[in-house]
Design a protein around this ligand. Structure first.
Ligand SMILES: [Mn+2]
Length: 306
């Protein structure tokens, strides 16, 4: 039997990993060949979540060449697992902009503009009449709360709130208290080097002729990050040189203040300020009210660079 891997994006976050685990479980109810996978190392928040819910992490898929894939939480090739261009995409469940992934045959494809992929997958369980167990509800709630910054991100919809309530009830947790714990985990930078901080939650985009990298550090305590500003900027310069990016933007998002600082690197950084309606001084700008890379940063960058 050929294995089908349910897999999220590179630099996987909690939504990508938990959505893959939950959707693999839903699919496996009638197709035993489906299993969850991940495209990279787990971040500390996701490690905490898997330990909390006592779930084994999905296996690391290093090369997807000739494999069958169900993509969750992404749909553009710049973010897929290595080898995905030579894989067969058999399904897609996501909440990002429509990207460039294509299929050779008609496939089940579900993209909804909601706060997390976990939200959509929780609804797919309901649609298909499959009961969520406590663990899986806990995983999906974690993905939902992580992506929506505990329902505070501007990406949050009414549907996210309704689904979160339902999941919290099944998982038997208090959303506020559990959300607070998650935010603290998200903020844990531990022994991370500046380079690891930049690449920990990182996405690559191709807009027109330009290739951009946009990283985000979400934290309740930005001071330790900002104090390492010089080292972070030189790590960004090194990444730009290695990967030939036109621009690299790093968002340092203060989850409590609901604002971000943006750092820039690359040859075309002068296009970033006007795009984000911000003034950069010494490669840094303050972005009040900006929490969401997907909704508040990527679309204006795309318009500016396309
Ligand atoms: Mn997501």
């Amino acid at each position: 039997m050929t294995t089908t891997y349910v897999i999220g994006h590179q630099a996987p976050d909690t939504d990508a990993v938990c959505s893959a685990l939950a959707y693999a479980q839903l699919k496996a109810t009638d197709d035993a060949s489906v299993t969850a996978a991940r495209a990279g190392p787990l971040n500390p928040e996701t490690e905490f979540v898997l330990e909390y819910w006592n779930v084994e992490p999905p296996a690391l898929l290093e090369d997807a060449t000739d494999e069958r894939l169900i993509l969750v939480d992404h749909n553009e090739h710049s973010q897929t697992v290595e080898g995905a261009a030579a894989a067969t995409i058999v399904e897609l469940v996501d909440h990002h902009r429509l990207g460039d992934v294509t299929s050779s045959e008609p496939i089940f494809c579900r993209i909804d503009p909601v706060g997390s992929t976990a939200t959509i997958i929780a609804d797919l369980f309901a649609d298909r009449g499959v009961t969520l167990d406590r663990q899986t509800a806990g995983l999906l709630l974690s993905g939902l709360l992580s992506d929506t910054v505990v329902l505070r991100s501007p990406t949050t919809t009414e549907r996210d709130r309704t689904v979160a309530e339902r999941l919290a009830e099944i998982a038997d947790v208090d959303t506020k208290a559990y959300g607070k714990t998650l935010l603290a985990q998200k903020s844990k930078l531990g022994e991370k080097s500046p380079r690891e901080m930049v690449l920990g939650d990182f996405k690559e985009f191709s807009f027109g002729e330009s290739t951009l990298g946009v990283g985000q550090i979400e934290t309740v305590e930005p001071a330790p990050v900002v104090e390492q500003r010089a080292a972070i900027l030189s790590a960004m310069d090194a990444i730009v040189a290695e990967r030939d990016y036109d621009v690299l933007v790093l968002l340092v998002t203060d989850l409590l203040e609901e604002a971000s600082r943006a750092f820039v690197a690359g040859e075309q950084t002068d296009r970033v300020g006007p795009a984000l309606d911000a003034t950069f001084t010494n490669r840094e700008a303050f972005l009040p009210g900006v929490l969401s890379r997907k909704k508040q940063v990527v679309p204006p960058l795309e318009s500016a660079f396309r």
